[in-house]
Design a protein around this ligand. Structure first.
Ligand SMILES: *Cc1c(COP(=O)(O)O)cnc(C)c1O
Length: 415
């Protein structure tokens, strides 16, 4: 097989026996992340966009092992917070391979990032509001700055991820050229940026094309830019029957829509790098037959994998313990006392029994990152695979981890 591997890895492609042995060893719920697949995804992106600058949107999966793998694959780090900047630097990305995109940044984030920039002056900071530049200048920043434009176009699988047109993100695109002139004397203006949201798919390329076209026009109207960044949002097929994204088609459409410019194309996918490199394993707690369906209660919930509750997201689910059992229509639900804590309704699943192990596919992106401790539920463990090796990458959280920050009603916490 080529270094880039297949265009997509489906849930059925994972080694069922191996996943079962991991759950036996490490417990459940358990995230499993295959670093080799992360490498393959990085490789395919580099093949499809050989002359582009590629960054990985760290927020999709900020685990140390993933960051190191992406770093070694030659892809840079796109960070959405001071914490992500810190983790990228700690994972060994040199400053010139770290970009920070400030969205309504808290003062503490700017303090932290500017102090890290002083040690790493090649770091790039992207701002989505003119007053963020003032706030950076007040802290002494005069380094590499990129302006995030709001291109007025959204794309994505759910309205909550269509950021391109939302006023929260970026500077209205027609105001960017004037702002670029205004800031030139104070900082090193290196790029313009836009991110339309998540979910560029085969059918959605027209929105992507339009965004890139507007960004090409913008880049041509500003002298001396080093790069024009058209964001991430490369879709992955969550449904078993969805075709994989053609990276070549996206790359062709992007180049054509961008047109001639001296500024180098930059992209920053997150989901595409890690989604199909991860699965979530979860055990069946209860099986309840009700008149119209079978309710399957599992030990993962919206606190483990939030996407279905937050975005109505679809994840493939299979019964690893009983793959050949007759399929029945099920509701697959978590243990959290919320109606939205449901992974699937009306899903055909090999008839499960208590103790069976289920796998949820494409859980590598925005999975662990969005996990919470709501309902006092400790976050899951994560195992990484690399070739024949498997090792614990994040231990399971304990109740002590959750309560260690608090004191009793009468105890005093020194500040
Ligand atoms: C989230 C984000 C990305 C990555 O989006 P994906 O859909 O995961 O590819 C890229 N750029 C910015 C600015 C983001 O906020």
């Amino acid at each position: 097989m080529s270094e880039g591997g297949p265009a997509v890895r489906r849930l059925a492609d994972w080694d069922r026996e191996h996943l079962r042995s991991l759950a036996d060893e490490f417990g459940s719920p358990l995230y499993v992340t295959d670093l080799q697949r992360v490498r393959e995804n990085c490789h395919r992106l580099r093949e499809a966009f050989p002359d582009a600058h590629i960054s990985y949107a760290v927020k999709a999966h900020a685990g140390r092992a993933v960051l190191e793998t992406v770093r070694d694959a030659g892809i840079d780090a796109e960070c959405a917070s001071a914490g992500e900047v810190e983790r990228a630097l700690e994972a060994g990305f040199p400053g010139d391979r770290v970009r920070y995109t400030a969205v309504n940044p808290p003062a503490a984030d700017l303090d932290h990032v500017v102090s890290r920039w002083e040690e790493n002056p090649e770091m790039t900071i992207t701002v989505g509001a003119a007053d963020t530049i003032d706030r950076l200048r007040e802290r002494g920043f005069d380094g590499r700055l990129c302006l995030r434009a709001n291109p007025g176009i959204g794309a994505g699988h759910h309205e909550k991820v269509r950021t391109g047109a939302h006023a929260k993100f970026g500077i209205p695109i027609d105001r960017v050229p004037d702002l670029a002139e205004d800031v030139r004397d104070d900082v090193a203006l290196v790029g313009v940026h836009a991110h339309a949201g998540s979910g560029i798919s085969g059918d959605d390329l027209s929105a992507h094309r339009e965004l890139v076209r507007r960004m090409g026009d913008l880049a041509r109207s500003i002298d001396g830019l080093e790069f024009v960044d058209v964001g991430g949002g490369f879709g992955v097929p969550y449904r078993e029957d969805e075709p994989p994204l053609s990276l070549d088609a996206v790359a062709d459409a992007t180049r054509e829509a961008l047109g001639d410019t001296d500024a180098r194309l930059a992209i920053e996918p997150g989901r595409y790098v890690v989604a199909d490199a991860g699965v979530l394993l979860s055990r069946v707690n209860t099986v309840k037959d009700v008149p119209e369906t079978t309710v399957v209660g599992i030990d993962a919930g919206m606190t483990t994998l939030l996407r279905p509750a937050m975005y109505d997201a679809y994840h493939a689910i299979s019964n690893l313990s009983r793959p050949d059992a007759e399929a029945v229509s099920t509701i697959i639900a978590g243990p959290v006392c919320e109606t939205s804590d449901v992974f699937a309704d009306g899903r055909l699943l090999a008839r499960p029994e208590r103790g069976d192990l289920l796998a949820l596919g494409n859980a590598g992106a925005y999975g662990y990152e969005m996990a919470s401790t709501y309902n006092s539920r400790p976050r899951p463990a994560e195992v990484v695979l690399d070739g024949d090796e498997s090792r614990l990458a994040r231990r399971r959280e304990t109740l002590d981890d959750i309560t260690t920050l608090e004191r009793t009603a009468s105890e005093h916490i020194p500040n």
